[in-house]
Design a protein around this ligand. Structure first.
Ligand code: ADP
Length: 160
């Protein structure tokens, strides 16, 4: 049986923290589907197509990873993909409350889908896409946070 996990998120844009998590997940799951949420409510900087393209480039060298977009309930998407696991990352304690609520809500919606949490390398435990966007706006060197093509996309988008 193929062990398949869905890693949903906004990924606006992908960071080294997300990539670290995907690599760790691949040690446990045969297939990881990175699912970009089409969630205009969050006011993303990049379109879904742009976020998918950046993630595809970032995960090109990791076998067993596919990138997709979705605009439905996470649990419905997971079932449609023939998976039963939602993968989420936990960085700080501050992630916990929101993630806990979401995992239990998803369990209520679909009892056969489990959420699994993984922690990134401590080097990336403080990284957030939101802070990276703020730093990018102020012209920071982003090389420790995101791949070079993501830094370039951020500069192009923010430094007009
Ligand atoms: P969302 O809007 O769904 O929280 P994000 O793109 O911010 O979307 O995050 C997607 C998932 O990746 C979340 O589970 C988040 O906790 C996790 N994540 C984000 N940044 C990191 C990081 N630096 N290390 C580990 N996990 C992370």
């Amino acid at each position: 049986m193929t062990r398949r996990a869905v890693y949903p998120g906004t990924f606006d844009p992908v960071t080294y923290g997300h990539i670290d998590l995907i690599k760790r997940a691949r040690k446990i799951f045969d297939q990881v589907i990175v699912a970009v949420a089409d969630n205009p409510g969050k006011g993303p900087l990049f379109t879904v197509a742009e976020r998918v393209a950046l993630l595809t480039q970032a995960t090109r060298s990791i076998p067993g990873v596919t990138v997709d977009a979705f605009d439905s309930l996470v649990v419905d998407y997971v079932r449609r993909k023939g998976a039963r696991v939602v993968l989420r990352g936990l960085r700080m304690l501050s992630d916990f409350e929101y993630e806990f609520q979401m995992a239990l809500t998803n369990r209520k919606l679909s009892g056969d889908v489990e959420t699994i949490f993984m922690m990134p390398s401590e080097a990336y435990a403080y990284l957030s896409a939101r802070l990276i966007k703020e730093a990018a706006l102020l012209g920071a060197d982003l090389s420790a946070f995101v791949p070079p093509f993501v830094a370039q996309a951020l500069r192009r988008r923010l430094c007009r």
